[in-house]
Design a protein around this ligand. Structure first.
Ligand SMILES: Nc1ncnc2c1ncn2[C@@H]1O[C@H](COP(=O)(O)OP(=O)(O)OP(=O)(O)O)[C@@H](O)[C@H]1O
Ligand SMILES: [Mg+2]
Length: 239
């Protein structure tokens, strides 16, 4: 069976995952604070819109849209232009927005509000790449493990139902232990940001990628004014 893949366009990343992410899959980007999750998500979407003719929807559940535009601009990515050209939608999906709309009498739960918004925006511009940053905002409202799992599974299934669309879920993960969310997506990319002798080191790991022969190593990556660059030839040793 031939798996259709979409290129991330991030230097060094596609070769770790057999040429790209399987089209239509839902991928988790997991990592601690400052590990590069938002940057990786933005970079893959901007590449999609600018180089691969794939329109994109970025739903921010944490930072304001204005902050996301500034984050992107610091890497030289002009989201405003892409938005004006109808190639990119930055969706304000913060819970405060949901509460404002709820006060105006709109019904439903946060999960349904979030999904309706993603679905509408994806349809409007026929988006082929979607990112949600972060899903912890969605899951942290549940105290019950079953409900939390249902919320993520429901979201993953719904995203998979978007025609030809590949999705990226940012997940805030501090420890190196395994978490439930990692079981629920087709792929997991971990961004490590770990102390070494003289400072911090960045490395990327493909924990899983269904239907893909992928690297099992930690690979060092750099973040500079152009974004993320993975060194696929090198491996990082932490322990
Ligand atoms: N323009 C830039 N040039 C080089 N490095 C940058 C630049 N902008 C940000 N960084 C680095 O990237 C880090 C932030 O990356 P990013 O926002 O993608 O992390 P994150 O994993 O999303 O963090 P959080 O969980 O806090 O949202 C900064 O702390 C800094 O180290
Ligand atoms: Mg972030």
């Amino acid at each position: 069976m031939v798996v259709e893949r979409i290129k991330s366009g991030v230097t060094g990343l596609d070769q770790l995952i057999g040429g790209g992410f399987p089209r239509g899959s839902v991928i988790l980007f997991s990592g601690g604070p400052g590990s590069g999750k938002t940057t990786l998500g933005l970079q893959i979407l901007v590449n999609g819109a600018e180089r691969f003719n794939e329109n994109c929807v970025y739903a921010t559940l944490t930072e304001t849209p204005e902050d996301i535009r500034k984050d992107a601009a610091s890497f030289g990515w002009n989201l405003e232009k892409l938005e004006k050209d109808g190639k990119f939608r930055l969706v304000d999906a913060r819970p405060t927005r949901f509460l404002e709309e709820k006060q105006r009498g709109e019904g439903g739960t946060f999960s349904t509000w979030l999904w309706n918004s993603i679905q509408k925006n994806t349809k409007d511009i026929n988006a082929k790449r979607v990112a949600l940053d972060s899903i912890n905002v969605l899951t942290s409202q549940f105290t019950d493990e079953y409900q939390e799992r249902q919320a993520v599974t429901g979201l993953v299934e719904a995203l998979q139902g978007l025609p030809g669309c590949t999705s990226f879920l940012v997940f805030e993960q501090i420890t190196m232990e395994r978490t439930r969310e990692e079981f629920l997506t087709q792929g997991v990319v971990i961004l490590h940001y770990v102390p070494i002798k003289n400072g911090m080191m960045r490395a990327i790991q493909i924990l899983k990628m269904r239907r893909t022969e992928h690297s099992e190593n930690f690979h060092p990556f750099e973040m500079d004014s152009k974004g993320i660059k993975v060194n696929a030839e090198e491996t990082a040793v932490f322990f």
